[in-house]
Design a protein around this ligand. Structure first.
Ligand code: NAD
Length: 488
């Protein structure tokens, strides 16, 4: 199946001769071909979006919200179909894919309240006979560039809010998972969104760079790895655009001796091996404070991994863990695990991989990882968890704060005092207390810090609304003298 760009409400064929393969990662076979666009396709999409901005931004807010409500209804109806599409092109389990879709729909739900979210402020009589009013206005054509790991949720962090605010949008989904993005766009059109408000251009770096430099684009939202986030932020900012660019992560799960064992084990497994470790909020470092805690958790996690069923998620709805995204990710992770002993780490547990042909990586626990190792410092983005053994809470916090990233961290404890110290001292933006994946829900911003985020206003929540609108302040003076002069 050959896919198309979606521009001005219709398939767009620029005659491009470059194509990319889309795989089913569970089986390693090609399921579609995606056109790799460039400046021509971006210009066509931005031109359509810029033209439509004039009419869409003038649509009364409740009518814009009505389209969002219809979209939400259609997404609910098609949630299972979308989840199966996510599983097919991304490889995550059906349950995980359902979560991916559900979290995205929650943003649409949030965007349905756009009237309340974009109301301004007023201050009558700010000076003699002068009233002040603020209003939030859409900014124009917004671009979204998204990663492979959440084919539904991450694009939906962006476009529903941007469009509800009165902007028009050009989405460049990951070329590895274009099918879900296209289906999301088709359903939005079906919900009554006018052609040209939401466009999809496929491709890789050429499309990204063209969006970051096109004079018709007002704002760029990016989610992906830190190196590319920095590149996008630098390029888009240099071209006068507002930009929010969320990057990679290295998230720590810190276990104190008083953690409740059963719920903590479930949380660690879900965080570190859920979505095959390919979440930006995945726990990729486990810290057990004190030797006994570290030993206990090495044994508990290893025992649980022995019964984790890795399988073809496109055939088995009950698979416990699916593949990683592609052969390159599989080879990279295999190399990191096989090189671990030479760096001084120990392979504490290596599970079994999935069926032949798919891009499976066996769930792995590495022990005796220390802060000086690249295994600790680099984002691995796969089902490989590294165990560190700090002696104290202070040492654990200092070690975590030496990481360049600042996305997520979690503490498992029954102590309010320890949780409070952790919350106040950790240098990252999304913290969990006895929560394995502390990913904020739709009303809250996705608040990465340090190398996990470039920009000011984060995606999602009210920060997302601020990002997709700009403020106008109107001061007005109506002099009473005029009324008197008229004899009224
Ligand atoms: P990626 O950075 O390789 O790709 C992201 C997007 O950038 C894709 O659309 C891709 O086509 C494009 N791209 C890739 N290389 C580029 C280049 N050199 N120049 C311009 N554009 C380029 O990321 P990925 O592998 O698709 O996704 C995994 C990464 O995303 C991980 O690092 C993960 O932590 C991160 N992520 C972060 C968050 C967050 O909220 N912070 C959420 C999800 C994923």
């Amino acid at each position: 199946m050959n896919l198309s760009h979606l521009i001005d409400g219709a398939s767009f064929d620029s005659g491009s001769t470059r194509w990319g393969d889309v795989f089913n990662p569970s089986q390693g076979n090609v399921i579609a071909r995606v056109p790799m666009g460039g400046a021509t396709e971006v210009d066509a999409a931005v031109t359509s979006a810029a033209r439509t901005f004039r009419s869409w931004s003038a649509v009364p807010v409740p009518r814009r919200a009505a389209v969002l409500f219809d979209y939400k209804r259609l997404l609910d109806l098609h949630a299972d179909e979308l989840a199966r599409l996510v599983t097919r092109e991304n490889g995550k389990t059906l349950d995980e894919a359902r979560g991916d879709v559900r979290r995205g729909i929650e943003v649409v739900d949030f965007a349905c309240g756009i009237a309340q979210l974009t109301k301004g402020e007023s201050l009558p009589q700010v000076a003699d006979q002068i009233d002040a009013v603020t209003m939030r206005e859409p900014i124009g054509v917004c671009a979204g560039i998204t990663p492979f790991n959440f084919p539904a949720m991450v694009p939906m962090w962006m476009f529903p809010l941007a469009i509800a605010c009165g902007n028009t949008f050009v989405l460049k989904p990951s070329e590895k998972v274009p099918l879900t993005a296209l289906r999301l766009a088709e359903l939005f059109l079906q919900a009554g969104l006018p052609a040209g408000v939401f466009n999809v251009v496929h491709g890789g770096r050429e499309v990204v760079d063209a969006l970051c430099t096109h004079p018709g684009v007002a704002a760029v939202s990016f989610v992906g790895s830190s190196g590319v986030a920095k590149h996008v932020y630098t390029l888009a900012s240099a071209h006068g655009k507002r930009c929010q660019a969320a990057g990679g992560a290295k998230n720590v799960l810190l276990v104190l001796p008083d953690a409740e064992p059963d719920s903590t084990l479930r949380a660690i497994l879900g965080s570190s091996y859920g979505c095959a470790g390919q979440r930006c909020m995945a726990g990729s470092v486990l810290m057990g404070v004190g030797r006994k805690t570290a030993d206990d958790w090495r044994d508990r996690v290893s025992a649980a991994l022995a019964s984790l069923k890795v399988d073809d998620t496109s055939r088995n709805d009950a698979a416990g863990m699916g593949p990683v995204i592609d052969a390159a990710a599989q080879a990279r992770l295999e190399q990191r695990v096989s090189a671990a002993p030479a760096s001084g780490a120990e392979v504490a547990f290596r599970g079994s991989g999935g069926p032949a042909g798919g891009f499976f990586v066996a769930p792995t626990l590495l022990d005796r990882v220390v802060p000086q190792m690249s295994l600790f410092q680099d984002e691995l983005f796969g089902p490989v968890l590294s165990l560190l053994r700090p002696e104290s809470l202070d040492e654990a916090i200092a070690t975590m704060n030496a990481l360049s990233f600042g996305n997520g961290a979690t503490i498992f404890t029954s102590s309010g005092a320890a949780a409070r110290q952790f919350t106040r001292e950790i240098q990252c933006g999304m913290l969990g207390i006895n929560i394995g994946v502390p990913a904020p829900m739709a009303p809250f911003a996705f608040s990465g810090w340090n190398a996990s985020f470039y920009g000011d206003l984060h995606v999602q929540g009210t920060e997302g609304v601020m990002f997709y609108t700009r403020q106008r302040v109107v001061l007005s003076r109506w002099d009473r003298g005029y009324v008197r002069a008229q004899g009224w």
